[in-house]
Every structure is written in C-alpha cells, then in structure tokens.
Design a protein around this ligand. Structure first.
Ligand SMILES: Nc1ncnc2c1ncn2[C@@H]1O[C@H](COP(=O)(O)OP(=O)(O)OP(=O)(O)O)[C@@H](O)[C@H]1O
Ligand SMILES: [Mg+2]
Length: 241
C-alpha cells in the first residue's frame, strides 16, 4: 500500500520490537478501565469490566449479540458514563474517531459530502491534501465512482465504507470501530483491516474493533478480548484459544 499521507499529529515515538514493530506492551495506556458497571434497568450491560488498551494495539472485542460490546465502546469513547468503576485515559492528547454500529451518516447528503465533514484545517495543510487522502481511501475501497449518490440510496456495504473512510479522514490516534464490516464480504472486510493494520504498523494507530463474528477476528492479527453477559472472560491472541 502506498503511503498516502504524512500524519503530523503523530509525534510520539513508539517502543519497537527487535523486528521493528510497535511493542504495545511497553507503550502508554490509552484506556484503563477498572470494575466498570453499567445497567439499563435490570440488564447488566457491563458487569465489572477491567480492560486496558495500550497505544499501538489492535484489539478485537468479540462476543455474542447483547454481550456488551457496543456499551463498552461507548463508555471508552465518552458517549455514555458508567454507573460505577473507574476509567482513565492517556495523559497525552489523543484524538479518537468512532465508527458507530448504526453508522450515523447524514442521509440526505451525498456520500462525498458525508466525507467532507472530516475536513479540519488544523489537521490538513490544505483542502487539496484532504482531497488527495480522500481519493486514495475511496480508490482503495472502490467507492470513487459512486460518491455522488445520496447516503440513503447507497447499499449497506457502501454505507459502511463511507463511515469507515469518514473516520480515517480525521487522522485519528485511536479508532473505536463497532462492527465496521458487518455488511461487507470477507474480501472487503480484509481491505478495511489492511488499511487499519497499515496505519497501526506505520504510526501506532490504536484500534478497538467490536465484532460478533469470531471467525473474522481469528483471521486477522490482534488481541482478542471476549465478552459474555457484560464481563470480559478472555484476553489473548487467537492462536492460544
Ligand atoms: N440504551 C439501552 N437501553 C436499554 N438496554 C440497552 C441499551 N443499550 C444496550 N442495552 C442492553 O444492554 C445489553 C448489551 O448491549 P450492547 O448493545 O452493548 O451489546 P452488543 O454486544 O453490542 O450486541 P450486538 O452484537 O447485538 O451489537 C443488551 O442486553 C442490550 O439490550
Ligand atoms: Mg453492538
């Protein structure tokens, strides 16, 4: 994959393994959660969650529907507050981009306009630079020809790709992705993973990716954290499960 932007936001140096990869275990904690609890009525969506994510990690949050994955991502992203427990974030400025399970596209705007909302003049040197990144990501995911259609008229796969590209275009330090490929076939899901993995290796992009599809997570590289009934019951790599 060709390098399509120089991200000036990523000024940190990262501990590396002897092979030159980021060594997340020696990097700072982006999130550190202790005993998180959150109930909706009598449903214990989070029932005592301890969860740490280091800078430069790729973590797959797996578990069946209703296990609490979205709730945990929302708590990490600051969208909702836990009832109990402690959540600390990195002491450095960390820009987090969410990818919502329900996408949150602006339905009556074109796909292109949906992407333009990520333009930030303090992040990009110029609109031209932003457009160049946008074109590269759109080309990689094969959506360039269809950018003019309204979000509400786009098919499920296209809508997911737009929501993913919109998040990437903010040049985040952390991506909190909630089922980002549920409407995509494996080939396209792999393209999304490859883009995330590229930025992870190159810049230490931290990724937390929630999916109920354990097979998918097993095919990619990252730590798997498995949830069940609001609890984390496993953390480790696929090969040890
Ligand atoms: N706003 C809410 N009001 C009431 N109950 C909720 C709310 N949000 C989540 N829940 C409940 O909390 C539990 C955990 O939900 P959550 O959405 O976090 O699960 P999930 O693992 O993301 O599931 P899925 O794979 O279906 O997306 C579920 O029983 C769900 O019904
Ligand atoms: Mg969910």
């Amino acid at each position: 994959m060709r390098e399509f932007h120089q991200n000036t936001k990523h000024q940190h140096s990262f501990p590396r393994t002897s092979q030159g990869f980021f060594d997340p275990t020696r990097s700072e904690k982006i999130f550190s959660a202790e005993s998180l609890k959150l109930s909706f009525g009598n449903i214990k969506a989070l029932n005592g969650v301890d969860f740490k994510v280091h800078r430069g990690e790729i973590v797959f949050l797996t578990g069946v529907s209703g296990a609490g994955k979205t709730t945990l991502l929302k708590v990490l992203g600051g969208v909702i507050k836990p009832d109990k427990g402690k959540l600390s974030r990195s002491e450095h400025k960390v820009f987090t981009a969410p990818i919502f399970q329900d996408l949150k596209l602006i339905e009556n705007k074109s796909c292109e306009k949906n992407l333009m909302v990520s333009y930030d003049s303090s992040v990009y040197k110029s609109k031209k630079e932003f457009r160049s990144d946008m074109r590269d990501l759109c080309d990689m995911l094969g959506v360039t020809e269809r950018l003019g259609i309204l979000a509400r008229d786009a098919n499920g796969g296209m809508r997911q790709k737009i929501s993913f590209i919109r998040a990437m275009l903010t040049r985040p330090d952390v991506i909190l992705a909630d089922e980002p490929t549920s409407a995509l076939d494996f080939e396209n899901a792999k393209k999304i993973f490859d883009i995330l993995n590229y930025y992870n290796v190159k810049q230490g992009l931290t990724v937390v990716w929630a999916t109920h599809n354990r097979d998918l997570a097993n095919k990619f590289t990252g730590r798997i954290v498995h949830m069940d009934k609001g609890r984390l019951i496993y953390s480790g790599h696929a090969c040890f499960i």
